[in-house]
Design a protein around this ligand. Structure first.
Ligand SMILES: [Mg+2]
Length: 323
C-alpha cells in the first residue's frame, strides 16, 4: 500500500471526528488549526500517551481503546473544571488494519460527540502501537481547580466509586480473584477499566466551589497525596466511608478498601471543599459524590478505622497508630 492511500484511509476513519465547533476558525488541513478561546477564559491543556502492552492489552477491543484514549485526557480537563473544546491525535501504527481503525475511530467519535470536543489536528506514523492525545479545554482563569488550594478544615470528597478498575486489572492479569464476584460483576468491573466516565459535568460545576481537585489515575492515596503536597496540608480519611460499587461491596471489606485506596485507573475526581460551601455541595451533588475525610495540619495521611482509632499511612500500606 502506498503512503498516500494509507493516509487517505486513515483520514477516512477520522473524518467522523471533525464535527464543527464555532470556535474552530480553521480545522484539519492546514499547517496549524486556528482556535478561538472565549474572552475571560484560559486554555487548559493536557497530553497522555498510551503504549501497547504497557498501558493496554494487545487484545483489547479497539472501540474501547479509542474511547479510553480520549477519556483519560477528558478526565484531566474535568479535574481542572474545564470545558472540553479541541484535541489532537498522534497515532503510531505497526500496520494499517482497517478493522482496528474502524473500531478505534468509532470509540473515539462516540465520546468526542458526547462531550463536544473536536479533532483539530493529527499525525500518523509507522511503529509500535502508540496513541498520544492532547486535549484542550477552557475555564475562567480564577475558577480553575488547582491542586494547591486545599486548606485545613476543608472536606474531602470523591465522585463515583473507587477500586473498580484496579480490581478489573488484577482479575485480567489473573493475579487476584474472588468467589463472591459473578460474571456480571466481572463484566461491570472490566467496563469501568476499559471505558471510564470522565466527570466533566461535576468538574465544571465545582469550578469556583472546590478549593482543590485532581482526577484519580494512580490511586486515591497517590493522587490525594499530590493535593496535600501542593497545598502543604495533611488529611484524615474515614475508611468506612470509601464508596464501593455493588460488585466491590461483595468482596471482603479490607480487600475492597485496599483497591479503593491504592489502585488507579478509576478516573473519578477527588476534591476539597471549604466550609462555606459544604451545604451547597451536599444539596447539589449528593448522589454524585461522597464525603470521605477532612484536610488537617497533620503531616501526610491518617485513617480513622471502625473503632475511631487513628491509623498512619506508611509507604504503600498502613499500620495501626496508637492515639
Ligand atoms: Mg490527572
Amino acid at each position: 500500500m502506498t503512503v498516500l492511500s494509507e493516509f487517505s484511509l486513515i483520514q477516512h476513519y477520522f473524518e467522523q471526528l471533525s464535527t464543527q465547533r464555532d470556535d474552530v476558525l480553521l480545522g484539519i488541513g492546514d499547517d496549524c488549526a486556528l482556535l478561538q478561546c472565549p474572552a475571560q477564559h484560559v486554555i487548559a491543556v493536557s497530553i497522555d500517551t498510551l503504549v501497547e502492552n504497557i498501558h493496554f492489552f494487545a487484545d483489547v477491543d479497539p472501540e474501547h481503546l479509542g474511547y479510553k484514549s480520549l477519556a483519560v485526557g477528558l478526565s484531566d480537563l474535568a479535574a481542572m473544571g474545564a470545558q472540553p473544546a479541541w484535541f489532537t491525535l498522534a497515532l503510531t501504527l505497526p500496520e494499517v488494519n482497517e478493522n482496528w481503525l474502524k473500531g478505534f475511530s468509532q470509540g473515539l467519535a462516540k465520546l468526542a460527540k458526547k462531550q463536544n470536543i473536536q479533532l483539530v489536528g493529527g499525525d500518523t506514523t509507522r511503529g509500535p502501537l502508540t496513541i498520544s492525545i492532547q486535549v484542550h479545554g477552557f475555564v475562567p482563569a480564577e475558577k480553575a481547580l488547582r491542586r494547591s488550594g486545599a486548606q485545613v478544615g476543608d472536606m474531602i470528597y470523591v465522585t463515583g466509586t473507587l477500586g473498580d478498575a484496579g480490581a478489573a486489572l488484577q482479575l485480567q492479569l489473573q493475579k487476584w480473584n474472588n468467589v463472591a464476584l459473578n460474571v456480571e460483576d466481572k463484566s461491570y468491573l472490566r467496563q469501568r477499566l476499559e471505558q471510564p466516565t470522565p466527570r466533566l459535568e461535576i468538574g465544571q460545576e465545582l469550578a469556583g466551589l472546590a478549593s482543590a481537585a485532581i482526577d484519580i489515575s494512580d490511586g486515591l492515596l497517590a493522587d490525594l497525596g499530590h493535593i496535600l503536597d501542593k497545598s502543604g496540608v495533611g488529611a484524615r480519611l474515614d475508611l468506612a466511608k470509601l464508596p464501593l460499587s455493588l460488585a466491590m461491596s461483595k468482596v471482603d471489606r479490607k480487600t475492597a478498601e485496599r483497591f479503593a485506596l491504592q489502585s488507579g485507573d478509576d478516573y473519578e475526581l477527588c476534591f476539597t471543599v471549604p466550609p462555606q460551601y459544604f451545604s451547597e455541595i451536599e444539596q447539589r451533588f449528593k448522589d454524585q459524590c461522597t464525603l470521605i475525610g477532612t484536610i488537617t495540619d497533620d503531616q501526610g495521611i491518617y485513617f480513622i478505622d471502625d473503632n475511631d482509632a487513628l491509623i498512619a499511612l506508611k509507604g504503600t500500606g498502613y499500620d495501626h497508630f496508637p492515639v
